[in-house]
Design a protein around this ligand. Sequence first.
Ligand code: COI
Length: 355
Amino acid sequence: MGQSITFKKADHLKEKPGSAKLGFGKLFTDYMFEMDYSTEKGWHDARIVPYGPIKLDPAATIFHYGQEVFEGLKAYRTEDKRVLLFRPDKNMARMNQSCDRLNIPKIDEKFVIKAIKKLVAIEEAWIPSEPGQSLYIRPFIIGTDAALGVHPSATYKLLIILSPVGAYFGNSMSPVKIYVEDEFVRAVKGGVGYAKTAGNYAASLKAQTKSEELGFDQVLWLDGVEHKYIEEVGSMNIFFKIDDEVWTPALNGSILPGVTRASVIELLKKWGIKVKEKKVSVNKLFKKAEKQKLKEVFGTGTAAVISPVGFLKWEDHVIKVANGKTGKLSQKLYDTITGIQSGKIEDKLGWTQEV
Ligand code: COI
């Protein structure tokens, strides 16, 4: 796939949002990347074109059987006017793992990183520069065959769209409230839980609505077999500080292997903090909390960054974590990760790539 990327200029450019409060994923830039796959040609016709609707056959596989994978990463503007991506190689490796599970042809990871860099460079003026803001990058692949038989598509489209974003939750470091879902499950081992694919999120929506109706921000999922072990939160992985250790659910086939999750584990270990990737029983966690051993809870994700959890509910049990405030470790992780991403802290780990 040593192919070139063509560029079609837009007739009109949209007005940029300036330093407004951006929210998450509501505005889109002027251009998008598009590339097609067919059995004969492989991935071909890489192009950057004006952002806009795409034409698909109503029988396309994506609409009926959800053959799709996606990724989420961000571009950050530094004070010295560089543009950085955070570990795009990890996102592309995960995209290929998801492709493998969804029976989608693999991508050339290096080529797609090149495409992301080219698209972001064209759209540089859209990268917001207020603290906590960035340009969210959403690559995704859909099956496009017009066929209703349940088979993998023979044709696909890879698209990359960009959205200037602020915090995923209203205010980046205000602790969120989460609710342990005990009726619905997100995924089971052997299913697609570890893949970043639309169906996992579709399966989460009913519970997400329920949690919002009950006054919570997101759902904390339990395992799909025993309903005993903590898995992840709606849009993030989850960590618990228990006295001086940090626990996070071990990757088990039904949990998304987050890039921020992996980065947090590396940082904590570097700081000499003991991290246990283990099965975390919800019962045991609430017992630890009763004994005042649960010191902090935080979620991690590209969209969520580090998101402190101030309030946890499971059945009739309610925990106010760290007095509903942001804990010291959550704050230090947030400052370090966003510091590396925005170039304020020297990237000694080689996590960033310049556009
Ligand atoms: C991300 O953190 O990039 C995600 O994909 C979460 C998302 C579903 C909002």
